[in-house]
Design a protein around this ligand. Structure first.
Ligand code: HEM
Length: 213
């Protein structure tokens, strides 16, 4: 229990490092000629990295049998939302200076903004229902169903990145490959559980009849 607390504390500090690095660079003139671009790219990158990390907890804990890892998932997911919020705020405040007209124009002209915005909006209910009391209120099954939205957020996040990059698509494709593996893992597990369930449904009597037929 204490070990988990310590790991969570270290993870908390580690998750703040990208923000600290940006702050340090900002204070020491290290953000280059286009600071808004650097902040947008860094916060966008970390949002996607943390969404994918959240999705990797389940396979990791099942494959390594380190079941305690589930205790870290909520914090990582909330940090994904935190960086997503910073990314969004960078766009609204620093890039567009709250100019709603300019933002609407941008949405029409640049579909990757619409996709990024959708990915972010889908994260809001996940962050709002991340508490234990929300799980109790919604019921485990409903909560799980709602939290499948993270898959859509991840897919839209990768599409957002793919669409905004004009020339070298290697990095978004790498994120896409990681996401494909994480989704494939779930499909394989889901298919094998379905097979097991239908095997249980075939009782010995049914199977004897089936063999005779
Ligand atoms: C809230 C809505 C969002 C807006 C308005 C937005 C806007 C932007 C903009 C303007 C850029 C820079 C584009 C350029 O350089 O031409 C960007 C980059 C990026 N965004 Fe978003 N975004 C949003 C949500 C998201 C979300 C939810 C994710 C992840 C799940 C994400 C991941 C990224 C990534 C990975 C990059 C590229 C970073 C890099 O170049 O290294 N964005 N976004």
């Amino acid at each position: 229990m204490n070990r988990l607390r310590l790991i969570k504390f270290v993870l908390f500090l580690a998750a703040l490092l990208p923000l600290g690095r940006l702050g340090w660079k900002a204070l020491h003139g290290g953000l280059g000629a286009n600071p808004i671009e650097v902040i947008t790219h860094s916060t966008g990158d970390w949002t996607l990295i943390l969404v994918l990390t959240t999705l990797s907890i389940t396979p990791l804990r099942q494959l390594t049998r380190q079941y305690w890892l589930i205790g870290l998932r909520r914090m990582i997911g909330l940090f994904a939302f935190f960086y997503g919020t910073l990314h969004f705020l960078t766009y609204i405040v620093l890039d567009k200076f709250f100019d709603v007209h300019e933002m609407l124009k941008d949405i029409g002209k640049r579909p990757f903004i619409t996709v990024g915005f959708s990915a972010f909006v889908l994260m809001i209910p996940l962050a709002l229902t991340s508490t234990a009391s929300s799980i109790r209120r919604l019921g485990g099954k409903n909560w799980q169903r709602l939290h499948r939205l993270i898959y859509l957020t991840a897919i839209l996040g990768v599409v957002h990145y793919l669409w905004l990059v004009k020339a070298d698509k290697r990095k978004p494709l790498e994120y896409g490959a990681v996401l494909a593996v994480l989704l494939l893992y779930r499909v394989v597990i889901w298919a094998s559980e379905r097979r097991k369930r239908s095997a249980i449904r075939v009782t010995p009597r049914n199977s004897a009849e089936a063999t005779e037929a």
